[in-house]
Design a protein around this ligand. Structure first.
Ligand code: AN7
Length: 353
């Protein structure tokens, strides 16, 4: 696997691209795989690795799929793209559309998109529309508009999204020298678990790995349609990125779970926030709440002693913590303002936990 070059070039032989596909790039991929010693100590798992996808250009894993999707839209002569989004897809689509010179419309659930993501979509010049409804309502609308020929749909029902996102699995195999025993990943619209599984299957078939990992996906308790076996009409969770009640890639997520001998399970908002604080405070890695669902799931399974035979784990941290400053701030005490003297600052430091 070539070490340098843009994602499309590095993985061209594994992607549905041609020499005519534009080599669009913002520097996506090649994200750090960071060892997590405190999580190893707590869970008793020999190796825990964090795939820090928040280091992508717009701060989430979406960039891997979006670069391929927008490049193919350009190649096919499209002039505009559209998506529904809980925020990160919108930020990524807006950035790559700006880069490619395409117009972009993003349809968001009003009041439930983290501030950083909304700010990005605006900064990148997308047409931003908020609907009074959930992500799932917005998704129905954009499918209708795309079917009417108004724009190219760039949600993960677009197969180029999954193709681009599977490259993260290749990178994991490359850095570790093989696939891990298990992959822990948050599940929202279920595109990413689908993409990683496709990547690991191809990696094993193509000699990049000798085995395939068990896939463990995690949904928030208030937005867990796959676990509960039915769509959730009014999904709710602090992890707004995965506030999704009727995932588009439901069937392929279940296939990834079953074919890999894994599981898709529930983590509570409290478990998510606990893992979120642990990652930042004890590992020095600041992800967004939805991303911490992967680590919440690992910790929950460790507590239940449900990690038999699992010695090397990768947790996918899908998005950057800076995406959602409001959640971070809501968990911390209000800033104390004191006089600029050593005595007052010393006292103020000692007064904090
Ligand atoms: C940080 O942006 O669905 O299961 O519209 O932003 O592939 O949906 C985001 C999803 C996990 C879940 N972590 O991935 C959107 C959107 C973060 C995310 C997920 C999302 P999928």
């Amino acid at each position: 696997m070539p070490a340098d070059g843009c994602l499309i070039d590095r993985f061209a032989s594994h992607l549905p691209v041609t020499p005519r596909t534009p080599r669009l790039t913002l520097g996506e991929g090649r994200t750090p795989l960071v060892r997590a010693p405190r999580l190893e100590a707590e869970t008793g798992v020999r190796e825990v690795w964090l795939k820090v996808e928040g280091m992508n250009p717009t701060g989430s894993f979406k960039d891997r799929g979006m670069v391929v999707t927008v490049a193919k839209a350009m190649e096919e002569g499209s002039t505009s793209v559209i998506c529904a989004s809980t925020g990160n897809t919108a930020a990524s689509a807006a950035a790559y559309a700006a880069r490619a010179g395409l117009s972009c419309a993003v349809v968001l659930p009003a009041g439930h998109v983290a501030l950083g993501k909304l700010t990005q979509a605006i900064a990148f010049g997308a047409r931003v529309i908020a609907v009074r409804g959930s992500f799932d309502d917005a998704f129905v609308v954009v499918k209708e508009l795309a079917a009417a020929g108004e724009a190219t749909l760039v949600n993960s029902v677009n197969p180029y999204r999954i193709e681009g996102q599977k490259t993260a699995a290749f990178e994991v195999c490359d850095v570790l020298g093989d696939a891990p025993d298990a992959l822990f990943i948050p599940v929202g619209n279920a595109g990413n678990i689908t993409a990683y599984w496709k990547g690991f299957v191809e990696a094993a078939a193509g000699g990049m790995a000798t085995r395939r990992p068990r896939m463990f996906g995690f949904q928030a308790a208030g937005a867990a349609p796959i676990v509960r076996g039915a769509p959730v009409a009014d999904p709710q969770t602090v992890a707004t990125a995965i506030r999704i009640g009727n995932p588009a890639s439901w069937k392929s997520a279940v296939a990834a779970r079953d074919d890999s001998g894994g599981a898709i399970e529930i983590v509570t908002d409290d478990e998510i926030l606990d893992a979120y604080r642990f990652l930042a405070g004890c590992e020095g890695v600041f992800c967004e709440p939805a991303s911490a669902a992967s680590v919440a799931g690992l910790r929950q399974r460790a507590k239940r002693r449900a990690l038999d035979g699992v010695e090397r784990v990768v947790c996918v941290l899908t998005g950057n913590g800076l995406k959602d400053p409001d959640t971070a701030r809501s968990l911390s005490p209000s800033l104390s303002e004191v006089a600029p003297t050593a005595a007052d600052v010393r006292a103020a430091i000692r007064a904090l936990p």
